[in-house]
Design a protein around this ligand. Sequence first.
Ligand code: AMP
Ligand code: GLY
Length: 443
Amino acid sequence: MRSKKKDNPINILVLGSGGREHALCWKIKQSQIVDKLYCAPGNGGISEIAEIVDIKSDDTEGLLKFAKENDIDLTVVGPEAPLTEGIVDRFEKEGLVIFGPNKLAAQLEGSKVFAKEFMYENNIPTAPFETFDNIDDAREFLNHVQFPLVIKADGLASGKGVYISGSKKEAEEALKQIMADKIFGEAGEKVVIEECLKGEEASVLAISDGENYVILDAAQDHKRIFDDDLGPNTGGMGAYSPTPVISDTMLVMVEEQIIKPTIDGMSNQGTPFKGVLYAGIMITDEGPYVLEYNVRFGDPEAQAIIPRLKTDLVEIMLASCEGNLNKIRLEWENKACVCVVISSSGYPGKFQKGKEIKGLDLAKTKPNVYVFHSGTKKEEETFFTSGGRVLGVTALGRNIEEAIGNAYDSVELIKFDRCFFRRDIGAKALKYNRQTRRVSGRI
Ligand code: AMP
Ligand code: GLY
């Protein structure tokens, strides 16, 4: 790899096309050590800050050819699918530098059976579980359990492979869909059946070089489509960071009980984890439990975390690739950040595309507001919708109240036909703060 000195800046290729990748490109663009920034395949918003490359993120050979021909010094993988398919292994075999876990390490997200067995072996707190590769055995198991319980397809299922079953009948239907009807294809050849946990959810992300790691400030996602966490799960309708759900004491517990044993456990079994380790956590009365691992930045967690990060993200990613993360100390803006997702009405089901988006220029000029694009395309100077999640309107504030106010003031400026957004992003933090104050007796 070429030197990363300011006088010899590097070229970066980001893979992906969502709000997460827009936030990554936005942050990378601010780095002093970057020359050219490319994004494949990108989106309308990303096209304003990076050169768009018309290659899909699953076209490994096409991306490899592009990276070689364009002197790419660092490739950054946004979504999980290329990682679980082994893009890192392929690039590294050709001597290219790429940020993310290899295929074996990416199994932490790519196979829930692998992840659960890994946690069991390494004493990492997670819901009690059984795994099955046969529907008859799984059905029989339902005779000996209490409901509700959770049934999960083993492989990647775009966030739709998790069923919370309130009764045996619902559980049987879930097993039928996953294992008999195979609605997720091969991803449903095995299932995990696990106890249903109660508590508050949060996302804790760490970046590792295989041995060392740094922990990012925690975030809270809002997975359900409607206010008050009603309706079906989505990719995430908004996020905020930091979150009072993860107090300093809780973060120490998460680090000691989850992050460190995960990084150490992966290293000890010969599959060191490099890249972003995202632990989806349930804070229960007995402490933090892992619901799932992801092996990349969350979307929209990235949009709520990255604007608060003062440290150069490119330096962090290079340190992850080079094994130098012990030399990095993260610095954060002492501010809160809220990202409100504006989606196309109908999402996560069917929705229309091609709607003209108005008000973006006005929203963009507000101080401390960043509009990260997810599903947009740009034609001439006009933006149109092209996906379920369309924009992530993100704002900083001195505290969570102010950040919420700033984000929603800008959300109100943006309009397209049949747009939809939740009105309660960040509200849990306010509620949590009020409850904590009551408990501790402060005003
Ligand atoms: P996952 O993809 O495994 O994170 O699951 C998606 C969502 O399902 C999580 O964000 C939780 O809301 C819920 N979930 C998953 N596992 C459990 C569990 N064991 N108990 C309760 N809720 C769960
Ligand atoms: N926001 C949840 C995820 O990125 O998986």
